[in-house]
Design a protein around this ligand. Structure first.
Ligand SMILES: [Cu+2]
Length: 300
């Protein structure tokens, strides 16, 4: 009985420690490195901090605002196909607002709240940037410029923006919408759920069997037949290399400015189109041969 009780107590202790996530508060730990750059030894970082210098065109601070933004995997659950997100995708403030952002990272990986396009004379590289390994909180302040403009806010850790951690901040009326903001604007490359995996695999294997069939047939049958799949792979590889070399300059131009995921998606789309074309051509060829035979047959 005592054993049972102590086991129960252990389970209880363990579960509370799992349930209660401790958020490290970095606001009091930061060291000022000048130029609005603050860092601490635990990996917290603020860049572009500006609590007092008015941007050109601002006569005074219009408003003082504070927001709390969460970042984490769980905020992406409502956006199919995304992995990371902020809990807010769109922000709106008056020009010349003094804005303090309390950034809370709920994940056990690193996230950023990075704003781009700010005036470079005031914000190094035109950025205001909060960064922290979670679970933790970090805060920073900036003064927004005058004028109507839409600013990109994202997490710049590799692939986090592509996976959904992207938002827009409109000063005044903004100057349009940015693409691929989850739940706000359409994705540049929408997810394609038209082809199910079995049909895609059938297309691919049909094309693979059709393409190198002639090569295999012309070979004299060796005593020990090598596995058929090996020859198919090498045939496809050679064809792929030739096509790749021919298309490289064209593709380089097409892919300029695209992210890696966009490039991969485009390549797959092109491959599918290519396979469909090959299948179509082959079926036409077969029809042609059959119709030719029919023409010859009556004469013989
Ligand atoms: Cu991130």
């Amino acid at each position: 009985m005592v054993k049972l009780l102590s086991a129960g107590a252990l389970v209880f202790l363990f579960s509370t420690s799992v349930l209660a996530v401790e958020y490290e508060d970095h606001d009091g730990m930061l060291m000022d490195h000048g130029d609005g750059h603050l860092m601490d030894m635990a990996g917290g970082m603020v860049m572009g901090q500006n609590t007092s210098t008015l941007p050109g065109g601002c006569d005074s601070i219009a408003e003082t605002k504070e927001i709390t933004v969460h970042a984490g995997h769980k905020y992406a659950e409502k956006f199919p196909g995304r992995m990371f997100a902020f809990d807010t995708q769109e922000f709106n403030f008056k020009p010349c607002t003094k804005l303090t952002v309390h950034f809370i990272n709920d994940d056990n990986v690193r996230h950023q709240w990075m704003m781009h396009g700010l005036p470079k004379y005031l914000y190094p590289k035109g950025m205001f940037h909060l960064e922290i390994s979670g679970p933790a909180k970090i805060s920073g302040t900036l003064i927004l410029p005058p004028g109507d403009k839409t600013y990109l806010v994202h997490c710049d850790i590799a692939q986090h923006m592509e996976k959904g951690m992207k938002a827009q901040l409109k000063v005044g009326k903004g100057d349009g919408d940015l693409p691929s903001i989850p739940g706000v604007t359409a994705y540049v490359i929408p997810d394609d759920y038209k082809g199910s995996l079995p049909t895609v695999m059938a297309d691919v294997s049909a094309a693979a069997e059709a393409a190198p069939a002639a090569v295999v047939a012309n070979k004299p049958a060796p005593v020990s037949q090598p596995p058929k799949e090996d020859s198919i792979i090498s045939g496809v590889t050679v064809i792929g290399l030739v096509i790749g070399l021919l298309l490289a300059p064209f593709l380089a131009k097409k892919f300029k400015g695209m992210s890696i995921s966009e490039v991969v998606a485009t390549i797959f789309d092109m491959l599918r189109t290519g396979i469909e074309l090959v299948v179509k051509l082959l079926s036409r060829l077969v029809k042609l041969i059959i119709s030719n035979k029919n023409k010859i047959l009556p004469g013989s």
